[in-house]
Design a protein. Structure first.
Length: 135
C-alpha cells in the first residue's frame, strides 16, 4: 500500500510505473523489482501491468479497486528492471509501456514464454492494423 497509495482505476501502466518509481526513492536496492506487462484474465483478457518483487507479484490497480484482489491468471509478456523501464519510458514518449509496445517495439526484452504470444500477435488483425498505421 505504501508504494502505490495513489493508484487510480484503469491506469495500470502508470500505477505500476509509479509503484516502482516510489520504491526507487525509498529502497536502496532495486535489483529484485520488476515492471511487468502482459495479459491478465478477469472476466475477459485485458492488456495489463503489475509489479514483481522477488518472486511475488503485486497488482497496484486491481488489488486496490476490486473486492477479491488479484485475478485468476496473469501472463507476462515482459518483466523489466527499473533501469530497463526508464530506458523504455524515455524511448516511448515518456509513457510506461503496454504489452503491445513490448511486442512491437522491444522484442529483445520479452520473457521467453512470450515468443508464442509474439507469433500470435504477428499473425493477428491487430498487427496488420498497426502496420498500416505506420506506413
Amino acid at each position: 500500500e505504501g508504494f502505490s497509495a495513489d493508484a487510480e482505476i484503469k491506469h495500470c501502466y502508470h500505477n505500476s510505473y509509479k509503484t516502482l518509481r516510489n520504491a526507487s526513492m525509498q529502497v536502496s536496492d532495486m535489483d529484485e523489482w520488476r515492471y511487468v506487462v502482459g495479459i491478465a484474465m478477469g472476466v475477459i483478457p485485458v492488456n495489463h501491468s503489475w509489479v514483481k518483487y522477488r518472486n511475488d507479484y503485486y497488482d497496484p490497480t486491481w488489488e486496490r479497486f476490486t473486492e477479491d484482489g488479484i485475478r485468476d491468471k496473469y501472463y507476462p509478456v515482459a518483466e523489466l528492471t527499473y533501469a530497463e523501464l526508464m530506458e523504455v519510458v524515455m524511448d516511448n514518449d515518456y509513457l510506461p509501456p503496454c504489452a503491445i509496445d513490448m511486442l512491437t517495439k522491444y522484442p529483445e526484452l520479452l520473457v521467453k514464454d512470450a515468443a508464442a504470444l509474439r507469433k500470435a500477435y504477428d499473425e493477428s488483425r491487430v498487427a496488420k492494423y498497426v502496420e498500416g498505421l505506420e506506413r
